[in-house]
Structure formats: structure tokens, C-alpha cells
Design a binder for this molecule. Structure first.
Ligand code: DX5
Ligand code: ZN
Length: 220
């Protein structure tokens, strides 16, 4: 397994102070910055676009992990790559031509992620696993921070872990939604190596303590 990565979701940050918030979680020991893009069409919420990613880019040296919850997605893949995203993840339902969209992310020089919703079958990965760097399993229905972790996703994590191990490639397995000190242990035990945490970090007063509590929960 690859070393644990903790990616705070700035969906739960103070949007009026986004640059400072990003700098603060980097100082607190975060590994990546998770950037949740919502379009009020693929998901029922609206967040931020490539100009905001470009604005926060100078505030951090960490990898910016852009989770695109938008449909159609291809034009925005290009915009987010140009804005400075390091990794771009797209939902299988957000494009009619998943293979083409994943190749576009690669062509733009970014790492490639594919996202499965809680009800998306794992078999969807069969024809794309060889071209991705990361599989993201949603453990809530996308659209909002602060939702409860869906426990049935633990079986999916174990299933995808086995598929990644069989592939022999160093693909990261990321889990997003409801990850907190009390749920992260089950998530990493099932085989995830990368976790997103929004409210479990940004809704706490002490970000360093929040990141440390997640690492402790993962190790327990
Ligand atoms: C949900 C987003 C998540 C969300 C996680 O659609 O993709 O990244 O911000 O928030 P928490 O950790 O609060 O569940
Ligand atoms: Zn996300």
C-alpha cells in the first residue's frame, strides 16, 4: 500500500479567506488540497471554477486534486488543467465517452482520476483501470460536505483494492465523504490509501490537531 495521503476539502473552508485556509492546512500537515467543483447540474450545489483554482495556486506547494462534479466535463478538464490542477478526477456518469475524457486529462499533463458514486458498480472500472492514477470512491452522495459516511462503501473499497493489487500498478484508492477520526480506520483497513476530509478538518479550531487525529485514527 502507498503511504497515507490526507486531502482536506476546501468545500468546508472559509471562502472569504481561501488562500489563508489553504496555507493553514498545508502548515497543519495536509498532503494534498482537494478542490470540489460543483455545477448545480450534475450535483445540486454550486461552488467554484478554474479562476478560483488559479487564485489559490500560489498559496500552496501541495498537489491540487480537482474533483469535478460537472457535466459535460471535457471543456472544464482543459480549463482546470490550464489553471494549475495537478490531478483531475471525473465521474463516470459525467461524460458520454469516458475513455476519451480520461485521455484528455492525460494529454493536458495532469494525473488522471476516475470517480464512482455510492451506487455506481465497481465493474465500471474494468475498461479504464489501466489508464488512471487514482480511483475515487464516493462514500456520500456528492453535492454537500458534512454528510454521514455510507458504510456499504467499505465493501466497494475492498473490492477496488483487490482490483488495483491485481493490476500491479501504483494506483491510489481515494475515499471522499464523511471521513472523520471515527470512520477513517475502517476506510484504511478496507484498503484506501488516500482520504478526503472536509468538515473533519475545516470545522475544527485546530487544523494540525484535526489532521493528527485522522492519522491516529487511520493507524488504530
Ligand atoms: C462531496 C465532496 C466532498 C466533501 C467532503 O460532494 O466531494 O469532498 O467536501 O466533505 P466531508 O468530509 O465533510 O464529508
Ligand atoms: Zn470531493
Amino acid at each position: 500500500m502507498l503511504p497515507l495521503v490526507i486531502a482536506p476539502s476546501i468545500l468546508s473552508a472559509d471562502f472569504a479567506r481561501l488562500g489563508e485556509e489553504v496555507r493553514a492546512v498545508e502548515a497543519a500537515g495536509a498532503d494534498w488540497i482537494h478542490f470540489d467543483v460543483m455545477d448545480n447540474h450534475f450535483v445540486p450545489n454550486l461552488t467554484f471554477g478554474p479562476m478560483v483554482l488559479q487564485a489559490i495556486k500560489p498559496w500552496t506547494k501541495l498537489k491540487i486534486d480537482a474533483h469535478l462534479m460537472v457535466e459535460p466535463v471535457d471543456a472544464l478538464i482543459e480549463s482546470f488543467a490550464d489553471a494549475g490542477a495537478d490531478l483531475i478526477s471525473i465521474h463516470v456518469e459525467a461524460t458520454k465517452h469516458l475513455d476519451r475524457s480520461l485521455r484528455l486529462i492525460r494529454q493536458k499533463g495532469c494525473e488522471v482520476g476516475v470517480v464512482l458514486n455510492p451506487a455506481t458498480p465497481v465493474a465500471t472500472l474494468d475498461c479504464v483501470l489501466d489508464q488512471v492514477d487514482l480511483v475515487l470512491l464516493m462514500s456520500v452522495n456528492p453535492g454537500f460536505g458534512g454528510q454521514a459516511f455510507l458504510p456499504h462503501v467499505l465493501d466497494k473499497i475492498a473490492d477496488v483494492r483487490a482490483r488495483i493489487d491485481r493490476s500491479g500498478r501504483a494506483i491510489r484508492l481515494q475515499v471522499d465523504g464523511g471521513v472523520a477520526p471515527d470512520t477513517i480506520g475502517a476506510v484504511t483497513k478496507a484498503g484506501a490509501d488516500t482520504v478526503v476530509a472536509g468538515s473533519a478538518i475545516f470545522k475544527k479550531a485546530d487544523y494540525a490537531a484535526a489532521v493528527a487525529a485522522l492519522r491516529a485514527g487511520a493507524a488504530a
